[in-house]
Design a protein. Structure first.
Length: 77
């Protein structure tokens, strides 16, 4: 049996709306909506969030995701 994982890439340096991934949207940080959908999908065995931003990674871990720190050179536009 194979495993399916979700990978959510969330860059910290948004130009249009700074910190948009952790800003509240309808009562919770924007990225948490995506994490919760993935966690509630029975076909997905793990949810990973990759980011260059420690705040995004902490919010993601608090929501049940596994954090992967991404270097700044891989987090550009």
């Amino acid at each position: 049996m194979s495993s399916t994982v979700a990978l959510i890439a969330a860059r910290g340096g948004s130009k249009g709306l700074p910190h948009k991934n952790i800003l509240p949207f309808c009562g919770k940080p924007l990225i948490v909506w995506s994490i919760e959908v993935a966690l509630n999908c029975p076909e997905i065995s793990a949810v990973f969030v990759t980011s260059d931003c420690d705040e995004i990674l902490q919010v993601s871990v608090d929501a049940g995701a596994i954090a992967i720190k991404r270097p700044a050179e891989l987090s550009e536009d």
